[in-house]
Design a protein around this ligand. Structure first.
Ligand SMILES: NC(=O)c1ccc[n+]([C@@H]2O[C@H](COP(=O)([O-])OP(=O)(O)OC[C@H]3O[C@@H](n4cnc5c(N)ncnc54)[C@H](OP(=O)(O)O)[C@@H]3O)[C@@H](O)[C@H]2O)c1
Length: 311
């Protein structure tokens, strides 16, 4: 099969090459890949030489099952699916555990659905941590990014009053169109305290976002887009205006043994297919143009998702 493999001698650290087909484990299905969605995280790992030569990277892909799992789990041959894994998505064929496969509705745009696994699943699982959000204020930092856009839409769907944070003035109208009630350039500018924060950014934005929490509120640290240390000034954890019991927790997708990833991927695929969730694709093209896509993403010239179509 052909795959995008790590080649640290190449300028982009990637090459489209012929490699052996993957051999599925008994609990894995073999999927013929149709579309791939890029995440900043995996692309950054490739570009900084963190993966050995010959690795087929990639977390998110859609496609069709060409061999069902030997243990009888998961979808049958011919089923259109959306898949999540730690490697192997950037290829014509992918072996993927059936526990992280969702099904795709008939006629759905596979490119749009490919954006779901890491970005939308992260948004969904983090928002669930805030419990009942009906009528409560939820702040999303890095709201214009892959995780952020899904988080804004899902929080609105869950009845929250959503505060979206984006430093880019061009994103104000975009985020309002997704349903955000308040859009600010920085968490310190928020008009009133919030019940929860989904933080994609870290650094001083995370410190300010923690300062915006109401009593009993919680901040979930998801990402570190600012690539900046988090330094809390002395006294940050002393209750201010009676705002006590505020907490911070970390998050890692796939670390929750109780999450039903297949069911959640299937539900999210249905929402995107029905047009109730907008993946915000801002770059789309054939996978032979991978240099262009990864350079745009890494150069921070892309807000939203990049999709590669496997020709
Ligand atoms: N813990 C997990 O399991 C998990 C899962 C998924 C993602 N992540 C992490 O979560 C973060 C967000 O992921 P993503 O895919 O949504 O990334 P993304 O598409 O690159 O979006 C990141 C957003 O952060 C904002 N940002 C603020 N300061 C920034 C800076 N100095 N440099 C770059 N961006 C900055 C940008 O919005 P504005 O410029 O508009 O403000 C940008 O849209 C990443 O760090 C990713 O690795 C973690």
């Amino acid at each position: 099969m052909r795959a995008l493999v790590v080649d640290r001698s190449a300028e982009s650290r990637l090459a489209l090459a012929e490699v052996p087909d993957p051999e599925p484990a008994p609990y894995e299905a073999l999927v013929r890949v149709e579309a791939i969605s890029l995440n900043y995280g995996e692309t950054f790992m490739v570009s900084t030489g963190q993966l050995p030569d010959g690795t087929v990277p990639g977390w998110d892909a859609t496609g069709v099952v060409v061999r069902a799992a030997a243990d009888g789990s998961g979808p049958a041959v011919g089923t259109r699916v959306v898949t999540l894994g730690m490697t192997g998505a950037w290829a014509e064929l992918r072996a993927v555990p059936t526990a992280t496969i969702g099904t795709v509705p008939e006629g759905a745009d596979g490119g749009a659905i490919s954006t779901i696994p890491v970005a939308a699943l992260t948004a969904l699982h983090v928002l669930r941590r805030f419990g009942q959000t009906l009528g409560r204020r939820i702040m999303i930092t890095g709201a214009s990014g892959g995780v952020g856009r899904f988080a804004v839409q899902l929080a609105v769907r869950a009845g929250a009053e959503v505060v979206a944070v984006s430093a880019d003035p061009a994103q104000v109208a975009v985020l309002e169109a997704l349903g955000a009630h308040e859009v600010v350039k920085h968490p310190a500018e928020v008009s009133r305290p919030v019940h929860g924060v989904l933080d994609n950014v870290e650094g001083e934005q995370m410190v300010a976002a923690f300062g915006a929490l109401a009593a009993g509120g919680s901040l979930v640290s998801v990402g570190h887009s600012a690539n900046q240390d988090v330094v809390f000034p002395v006294g940050s954890f002393i209750p201010v205006d009676g705002r006590h019991d505020r907490s911070i927790s970390t998050f890692f997708l796939l670390a929750d043994p109780h999450a039903d990833v297949s069911a959640d991927l299937t539900w999210l695929a249905g929402e995107v297919a029905a047009g109730r969730l907008d993946p915000g694709i801002t770059w789309r093209g054939d996978w032979t143009r991978h240099h262009e896509a990864t350079a745009t993403l890494l150069g921070r010239r892309l807000r939203g998702k990049a999709v590669l179509e496997v020709s």
